[in-house]
Design a protein around this ligand. Structure first.
Ligand SMILES: [Zn+2]
Length: 195
């Protein structure tokens, strides 16, 4: 896995640094260690929506996308699936992603004709309505958010939040249980019998 501190700002193509201040909570979900609870929540959301995902699938030029997401599409003019390379940030508006490489590959390509290995780059923020990608779909294409492709997206987002929320284990008194000491393994237990 790539080494990058959870709060470190990524370097982008033109040398500018996108600044953001937040405290991320590394979270384990589905056996994967995510850098933030928000990333883990997106993974849980994708699972609930039955969408295939991969965490940090590629190192691209100046950008390591957080997810590769596969979205099945039954449109007769589409090829079974759409693939997105997604950046997740704790942003509440798409405008905050401005300047980040995840905004540079509409239709999978940038102005210099560099292509990414997906149909489009995508910006995913703090909730299902703060998502954005631009790609070919059907006879045309355009800008979409994830709610266009996922039924009940808002309901699934709430469920995903419950799945990754940290919950301390509590007993009936609301206190953390005190665990009894573990017995020593039998094989190393010794006893001297008085003769
Ligand atoms: Zn499509």
């Amino acid at each position: 896995m790539r080494e990058r501190g959870p709060c470190q700002s990524p370097q982008v193509g033109n040398g500018a640094v996108v600044k953001y201040n937040f405290k991320s909570h590394p979270t384990i979900y589905s056996g994967v260690a995510f850098r933030s609870r928000l990333e883990a929540r997106w993974a849980a959301f994708f699972d609930l929506a039955k969408l295939k995902w991969q965490y940090e699938p590629y190192d691209l030029n100046g950008w390591t996308p957080d997810f590769l997401l596969t979205i099945p599409c039954s449109h007769s003019e589409c090829c079974d699936n759409h693939e997105l390379l997604i950046e997740v940030k704790p942003f509440s508006s798409i405008a905050q992603f401005e300047g980040h490489p995840c905004m540079d590959y509409p239709y999978g390509t940038n102005d210099c004709c560099n292509r990414i290995p997906a149909d489009a780059s995508a910006a995913f923020g703090n909730d299902v309505n703060t998502t954005f990608f631009e790609m070919a779909h059907g006879a045309g294409g355009g800008s979409f958010d994830i709610t266009y492709f996922v039924n009940d997206a808002e309901e699934l987002w709430v469920k995903a939040g419950n799945i990754v929320q940290w919950k301390p284990k509590q007993n009936k008194t609301g206190l953390m249980p005190i665990l009894p000491p573990k017995p020593a393994p039998r094989s190393i237990r010794t006893w001297n019998y008085p003769v």
